[in-house]
Design a protein around this ligand. Structure first.
Ligand SMILES: Nc1ncnc2c1ncn2[C@@H]1O[C@H](COP(=O)(O)OP(=O)(O)OP(=O)(O)O)[C@@H](O)[C@H]1O
Ligand SMILES: [Mg+2]
Length: 148
């Protein structure tokens, strides 16, 4: 089970997907996972691993919803809503895009660039911080229950 507060090295994409599978176990319907990290940190790759761990079929592409703001993935154990707040003007955009309705409808909600919309996220939001490591392909991950 993914432990909190400690930093973990993810040596390659497979390690990132393995952590995503552990985090998936902690996300109940209505739960929110907030992803933080710079461009290319691996937020979308992590979400792809999460979706596959939740049995979203391989035929359903998981990609950055940057310009669309929101992708919905059906066909898994729990419906998954994937937001990208990069181009949002602030937390109100996330509310207008349906955060609360999606949670009420039982989606697990994942948000890239979540630090930009932190003000409207529920108190039990799980935060995952990703950053590049020293080695090529390595990422450092930190999971916590409070905003980093
Ligand atoms: N250990 C790793 N974990 C995650 N991604 C990795 C890793 N090693 C290499 N990569 C690659 O790094 C890239 C990360 O891109 P990704 O789109 O996931 O970043 P992002 O944080 O979503 O960026 P953006 O802010 O632009 O949305 C992908 O091409 C992925 O395959
Ligand atoms: Mg992305």
């Amino acid at each position: 089970m993914a432990s909190e507060g400690t930093e973990r090295s993810l040596g390659d994409v497979a390690a990132t997907h393995a952590l995503a599978a552990e985090v998936a176990e902690r996300l109940a319907p209505g739960g929110v996972l907030a992803l933080v990290g710079e461009l290319g940190a691996g937020k979308t790759e992590f979400t792809r691993g999460l979706a596959r761990a939740m049995d979203v079929p391989d035929e359903v592409p998981v990609c950055s919803p940057s310009y669309l703001l929101l992708n919905l993935y059906a066909g898994g154990r729990v419906p998954l809503a994937h937001f990208d707040a990069y181009f949002m003007d602030g937390p109100d955009d996330l509310l207008r895009a349906g955060l609360d309705d999606l949670r009420r409808d039982g989606h697990v909600v994942v948000i890239e660039w979540a630090d930009r919309v932190a003000g409207v996220l529920p108190p039990d939001t799980l935060w995952l911080h990703l950053e590049p490591g020293q080695q090529p392909g390595e990422r450092r991950a930190r999971l916590q229950q409070t905003r980093p």
